[in-house]
Ligand binder design. Structure first.
Ligand SMILES: Cc1cc2nc3c(=O)[nH]c(=O)nc-3n(C[C@H](O)[C@H](O)[C@H](O)COP(=O)(O)OP(=O)(O)OC[C@H]3O[C@@H](n4cnc5c(N)ncnc54)[C@H](O)[C@@H]3O)c2cc1C
Length: 320
């Protein structure tokens, strides 16, 4: 068992964690990043990224994350492959334990563990992920300009995604398993008033259907939840919008979570209720959930951590 000590311990190696690392390293905090089960984070699971500023041409998600990691290492970050399974935030340095048995001590802690989109769990969904099936309209909607798309879900996320997609597609179909939506009333009113959107009620997805060469999505097989009847809807893109699961289980009972399970931070900062613990990226942001916003709040977390340490050191020297 090894004990790793640092001024800035970062959980997560997505855009938020690596941006915090770049700023933390350049502030002389010698950060350690514990990478978790998905080194590089969610962008490792996608191909084309067209909306990350700074690149005129389409770039690949894994390439972007490789560059971010190299940049973080280049300025002095230590990357460690481990998954944190236990936390003690009752005193500083915060003490976290890894699956490997190693212990991580941080004078400050930056939590950047992200949030995973929920999927339906169908084999065809996995097969066609990135080839017509997506869980992010903001990320991928642009690729379906002028084409027919479907959105699966009935809550706020689904309605927001459907409305957003009408910026690109003239034909958006919302597929919902019930006969009414859970989304807020005002969103429902906007949805029903939009001539580009139609709704299919009482339908679940049986299968995402592949076709063409190279194989991509050509439609969705649906099952009626009342009659059991099977039908088919042609579509070039399908957006699964049934919510997200923030990776916060580790912190339940240690830090306050909001009603959707996201880490709660002070408005306008990345500070949690525990002094010295900061949260950034999708784990604390259920509104935007983009790589660039995750990177932005990662930068904020590093600056907040650096200021916290400077103030703590000043207070300690005055007391001495
Ligand atoms: C298919 C897909 C395509 C997307 N396309 C785009 C796009 O084109 N443009 C865009 O801006 N955004 C896109 N996004 C969204 C973007 O990927 C996320 O907003 C962004 O990755 C969030 O960054 P993050 O650092 O907060 O979290 P994540 O990227 O989710 O990273 C979380 C990190 O935390 C680690 N972790 C979790 N638990 C632990 C633990 N217990 N111990 C240690 N580490 C842990 C994980 O291993 C991972 O490294 C896409 C998302 C998906 C899924």
């Amino acid at each position: 068992m090894t004990v790793h000590h640092t001024k800035m311990l970062i959980l997560g190696s997505g855009p938020a964690g690596l941006s915090a690392a770049i700023y933390g390293a350049r502030a002389g905090l010698s950060p350690i990043v514990v990478q978790g089960i998905q080194p590089g984070g969610q962008l490792m699971t996608t191909t084309d990224v067209e909306n990350y500023p700074g690149f005129a041409d389409v770039i690949q998600g894994p390439w972007l994350m490789e560059q971010m990691q190299k940049q973080a290492e280049h300025v002095g970050t230590r990357m460690i492959t481990d998954i944190v399974t236990g936390v003690d935030l009752s005193r500083r340095p915060f003490r976290l334990t890894g699956d490997s048995g190693d212990v991580y001590e941080g004078e400050t802690l930056v939590i950047a563990t992200g949030a995973q989109a929920k999927w339906l769990g169908l084999p065809s969904e996995q097969e066609l992920a990135g080839r017509g099936v997506s869980a992010c309209a903001t990320c991928d909607g642009f690729f379906y300009r002028g084409r027919k798309v479907v959105v699966i879900g009935g809550g706020n996320t689904a309605v927001e995604e459907a409305l957003y997609l009408t910026n690109h597609s003239p034909d958006v179909t919302l597929i919902h398993r019930r006969d009414s939506l859970r989304a807020e009333k005002i969103l429902q009113e906007r949805l029903f008033a939009n001539p580009r959107i139609s709704v299919l009620w009482n339908k679940t997805v049986e299968r995402f259907v592949a076709g063409g060469e190279p194989a991509g999505l050509v439609g969705v097989d649906l099952k009626d939840t009342v009659t059991g009847e099977i039908s088919h809807v042609a579509a070039d893109g399908a957006f699964v919008a049934i919510g997200h699961q923030p990776a916060t289980q580790l912190f339940a009972g240690h830090l306050p979570l909001d009603s959707d399970g996201y880490l709660a931070v002070e408005t306008g900062s990345t500070r949690t209720v525990v002094p010295g613990v900061f949260a950034c990226g999708d784990v604390m942001d259920k509104v935007y959930r983009q790589a660039v916003t995750a990177a932005g709040t990662g930068c904020m977390a590093a600056l907040d951590a650096e200021r916290f340490l400077a103030e703590a050191e000043f207070a300690a020297s005055r007391a001495a």
